[in-house]
Design a protein. Structure first.
Ligand code: 13P
Length: 210
């Protein structure tokens, strides 16, 4: 995909997320890997009204080289790209249900949302750990996210929201959407002892769909 196509796709997908309430105000940020660096949403921008030519451009060392000033969460995105060479994009949202789960002290911090449905497992993977709370934009979050991302495609930032990676921008957005749906199911079923997918079923999904 050319840089120009990726710019347009990022703005389209971001607008779709915003239109469906996955992001409000100026919350959330999205990045995508280019051959010579990264595209990133500008800081304080609404995902609903991005302009392709104003997206921030970063070089391979994450230095700002074009467009508007990048998101204050560059560290968060860099942690994923450096931990996961296969990541082509990273999506951070404050989507309501996933963020609600991130505020529950009783969940398992290693894997707060159990395998309830196949698409959560296929898109998000086997585990999605909780990373402790850091102030938005705090560079101190980078090592914690990096360590968690070595073995997970997505993490949940405590009292903040999800960060999800994918091989492509579309994959990362789909995974962020599946995560929000899984969080909704998890909250609906809290205290009800739902049947979970078995470890063998999870293995089968990951072996079949990666
Ligand atoms: P930016 O506007 O700097 O991208 O920050 C938004 C956000 O979601 C902080 O976590």
């Amino acid at each position: 995909m050319t840089e120009s196509d990726l710019r347009s796709l990022l703005c389209q997908l971001a607008a779709s997320l915003f239109a469906r309430g996955f992001s409000v105000g100026s919350a959330g940020n999205i990045s995508a890997r280019l051959e010579d660096g990264y595209l990133m949403t500008p800081t304080n921008s609404s995902l609903g009204r991005l302009e392709p030519e104003r997206l921030s451009k970063l070089d391979r060392d994450f230095r700002h080289v074009g467009g508007d000033k990048p998101s204050k969460e560059v560290f968060m995105h860099r942690a994923f790209y450096q931990a996961r060479p296969d990541a082509g994009a990273v999506v951070h949202l404050h989507s309501t249900q996933a963020t609600a789960v991130s505020c529950l002290p009783q969940v398992d911090p290693a894997n707060p949302i159990p395998p309830l449905t196949p698409y959560f497992v296929m898109r998000v993977g086997r585990t999605m750990p909780i990373v402790p709370y850091y102030r938005p934009g705090d560079p101190a979050m980078e090592p914690a996210i990096h360590a968690a991302a070595l073995s997970a495609r997505a993490v949940l930032l405590a009292n903040h929201g999800p960060v999800v990676s994918g091989r492509t921008l579309t994959d990362a957005v789909y995974a962020a959407e599946e995560l929000e749906e899984a969080a909704k199911l998890f909250l609906m079923l809290l205290g009800r002892s739902p049947r979970l997918l078995t470890p063998a079923q999870v293995d089968d999904l990951l072996a079949t769909f990666g």
